[in-house]
Write a protein that binds this ligand. Structure first.
Ligand code: FAQ
Length: 311
């Protein structure tokens, strides 16, 4: 091991400053970052599908335009993140190959179906809400390119969350059937959104090391509890309820508590047996094949430009 490199690396962490692509870093740090950033990038890209399902059926031109912009933002987030992973030496083509081969992780949440228009609201409010809660601390992640990508992503996620909240608010203030549709969507997305924060702390093999490396700043349970505390207030404004009668603020620990989650379901989804896993991957594979001509054309153009330069 490079002793001077390791000392410099540890000094950077000790002063809570940033590791940059050309700095020496332990292989395990590099590997952990590629693991987390790639699963995050894939989540953004696969996450386009459940909402895109409603673009053609959005209830108005305005809603359609907003939803299209949001789904495009997610594509952009995926691209910032693939670029951050490339600075660690793993090309995007390799990450994409792993994804379409079914070998890569992406967030469990995107394996659930979007059954009604209200689901688009629930995704914006709960899923983007959970994403912000998890990602704001990642803006301070020790790896420079990842933290900086996160700053832009969080700004856009805030708009996404407001967009979802506003859809639910309008439905909730609409007819009884619309209000029921909003409540039903919240009921179905609540628990899966809490699972986005990852397994409970005593079952989270990566947390300790990632926290020591200043990648993660809070544990999975800490962020999950913080999120519940935010939602419990916002749901009142919506005039809806959360499907969890065990939420309470524990005065002693100063933390929010919630009902237990079905971690067996989480494991099933991670193992590829969620409601939409195969559909999501199949769609991603098709899109990759359908886009082959664009990649080929871009490569041919780049080669031609290079030849012109040389000549
Ligand atoms: N789904 O030891 P830990 C979005 C895996 S937001 C699937 O606790 P770690 C916005 C984990 O990878 C969603 N797998 O792991 C959007 C590990 O497996 P591995 C994306 C999960 O890394 C909205 C194993 O379980 N956000 O996309 C999940 O310390 C709308 C053990 O877990 C991010 O990725 C899960 N929920 O903590 C887009 C945020 N949880 O890799 C479109 C960045 C855990 O060893 C539309 N990531 N696993 O094989 C993180 O903060 C962390 O990676 C955690 C997991 C907190 C997710």
């Amino acid at each position: 091991e490079d002793i001077a490199g390791l000392a410099a690396f540890e000094a950077i962490l000790a002063e809570d400053s940033r590791i940059e692509p050309r700095d020496w870093m332990p292989e395990a740090y590099r590997k952990t970052l590629v693991r987390q950033i790639s699963q995050h990038a894939h989540s953004e890209i696969i996450g386009m599908q459940p909402e895109a399902n409603w673009i053609s059926r959005a209830p108005s031109l305005k809603r359609k335009a907003i939803l299209m912009a949001k789904v495009q933002d997610e594509a952009g987030h995926g691209l910032y993140l693939y670029s951050a992973a490339e600075t660690l030496g793993t090309p995007r083509t390799k990450l994409t190959e792993d994804l379409i081969a079914g070998k890569a992780r992406y967030s469990s949440i995107f394996n659930y179906p979007t059954r009604s228009w209200a689901d688009v609201g629930a995704i914006g409010w709960l899923v983007d809400g959970a994403a912000i809660c998890n990602q704001v601390p990642l803006c301070r992640a020790s790896y420079g390119p990842y933290g900086r990508a996160m700053v832009r992503i969080c700004k856009e996620e805030s708009f996404h969350q407001r967009q979802g909240f506003e859809i639910l608010l309008e439905l909730s203030q609409g007819t009884p059937a619309q209000k029921q549709m909003a409540q039903d969507a919240v009921n179905r997305w609540y628990a899966p959104a809490l699972m986005m924060f990852g397994p409970p702390d005593d079952d989270s093999p990566n947390s300790k090391q990632s926290m020591a490396w200043n990648i993660k700043r809070f544990s999975n349970d800490e962020l999950r509890q913080r999120f519940v505390g935010m939602m419990v207030e916002q749901v009142k404004v919506l005039g809806l309820t959360l499907p969890d009668d065990q939420i309470r603020f524990d005065e002693e620990t100063g933390k929010w508590q919630h009902g237990s989650l079905d971690w067996n379901e989480f494991k099933e989804v991670l193992a590829g047996r969620g409601a939409c896993n195969s559909q999501r991957l199949e769609r991603r594979r098709e899109a990759h094949q359908d886009g082959a001509w664009v990649r080929e054309a871009a490569a041919a153009y780049a080669l031609r430009e290079q030849r012109v330069e040389v000549a």
